[in-house]
Ligand binder design. Structure first.
Ligand SMILES: Cc1ncc(COP(=O)(O)O)c(C=O)c1O
Length: 387
């Protein structure tokens, strides 16, 4: 889809050609299993360990604190189920927020069915968790706090470092889902005071189906996958060597470009929002005005449905997401927007645009040309918009 204007980089990103290039030989000529003892395997193992050390270095961690996984969902599941299983003798209470990704929320629900108790701290209208609410939720039997670094729908950046400090003082393990921030914000595990962190390659121009868990030394978690003794017996399964090499390369490239790219994307995003506010009445920002990822814009348009806007934009070769998640055929308004106090009908009329490396000023100008007439047409047909 060469001519698509892509504004959905929080969903996934195209793999950087330099990443594909770095991965290539590990599929073909150097395809060895890193667990084997002859040269082909040792070479693969070396590439994997070099990648592990590079990723650790970029996160301020030690190489043996990095475990390769199949991505953000697995890393989140492992952190939560792994801590629950290893620490249930101490207690069966976990704390999270109302706006986590389903990889966290559904895992918490699963544990509730197994008899664990979960406290979900609320967010304010900008999507921010108050660290004090986390402090108040801690009990003697609390074993894990899991709060995301930045939200995938509205881009709000949470006060992770402060929450981590509270967790440490209370002696509670702290996990953060950093899937939306690694590669976009500086992420240093010590500065953030985290014990466990999830990341995923395809969100920062790396391959899909590969990610990593940072697990601080001496933090006990039960493995999710049992089998061969890979990943120091903590995550069984032959490692995805090409993916891991790609993950390290992608993180290196994203880190190199991070500061410059954030300024460029934020300038484009702010111009876009300014232009939309000037040309469309009755639209409002969702998410925090300042504590927000530089590439993220989520807004609600009164009187029309997100899905109608998405389809009209798709016809104009523009790819965006809405504030609804289509689950089992019924359109549920986004739990994130509802948790921020946005009424269901406005949550339904929300759009998420997440900018990336491939976007230019031309894309912004095109969107500003195409979108206002789309809104006007849909509002003219709308039974609920009569202004
Ligand atoms: C915040 C967050 N956590 C977890 C995930 C899941 O990651 P993956 O697609 O690698 O399983 C995503 C991806 O949508 C995400 O945005």
């Amino acid at each position: 889809m060469d001519n698509l204007i892509y504004f959905d980089h929080a969903a996934t990103t195209p793999t950087d050609p330099a990443v594909v290039e770095a991965m290539q030989r590990w599929f073909t000529t150097d395809f060895g299993n890193p667990a084997t003892l002859y040269n082909l395997g040792l070479t693969a193992n070396q590439a994997m360990e070099t990648s592990r050390a590079e990723i650790a270095g970029l996160l301020g961690a030690e190489p043996d604190e990095i475990y390769f996984t199949s991505g953000g969902t697995e890393s989140d599941n492992w952190a939560i189920k792994g801590v629950a299983d290893a620490h249930e003798k101490k207690g069966r209470h976990l704390i999270t927020s109302t706006i986590e990704h389903h990889a966290v929320l559904d895992t918490m629900e699963y544990l509730e069915k197994k008899g664990f108790e979960v406290t979900r701290v609320r967010v304010d209208s900008g999507g921010l968790v108050d660290p004090d609410d986390v402090r108040k939720a801690i009990r003697p039997d609390t074993i894990l706090i899991s709060i995301m670094h930045a939200n995938n729908e509205v881009g709000t950046i949470e006060p992770i470092s402060a929450i981590g400090e509270i967790a440490r003082e209370a002696g509670v393990i702290f996990h953060t889902d950093a899937v939306q921030t690694v590669g976009k914000l500086p992420v240093n595990v010590d500065d953030l005071n985290v014990d466990i962190l999830s990341l995923s390659g395809h969100k920062f121009y790396g391959p899909k189906g590969v990610g990593a868990t940072y697990l601080r030394k001496r933090v006990r978690v039960t493995p999710l996958m049992h089998g061969g003794g890979q990943e120091r017996r903590r995550r069984a399964g032959t490692q995805n060597v090409p993916g891991i090499v790609g993950l390290a390369k992608a993180l290196q490239l994203a880190t190199d470009r991070m500061a410059e790219e954030a300024v460029r994307e934020q300038a484009m995003r702010d111009r876009l929002w300014q232009g939309l506010q000037e040309s469309i009445p009755d639209i409002w920002l969702n998410g925090h005005p300042t504590e927000r990822l530089a590439n993220s814009l989520n807004f609600r348009v009164e009187g029309i449905e997100g899905e109608a806007m998405i389809l009209c934009l798709d016809m104009n070769l523009i790819g965006v997401s809405s504030g609804s998640a289509c689950t089992t055929g019924s359109l549920e308004p986004s739990h994130v927007l509802l948790a921020m106090g946005i009424p269901a009908e406005l949550a339904h009329g929300s759009l998420r645009l997440t900018l990336g490396r491939d976007n230019t000023d031309i894309d912004i100008a095109y969107f500003l040309d195409v979108f206002p007439p789309v809104v006007k047409r849909l509002r003219d047909m709308s039974p609920v918009y009569n202004k």
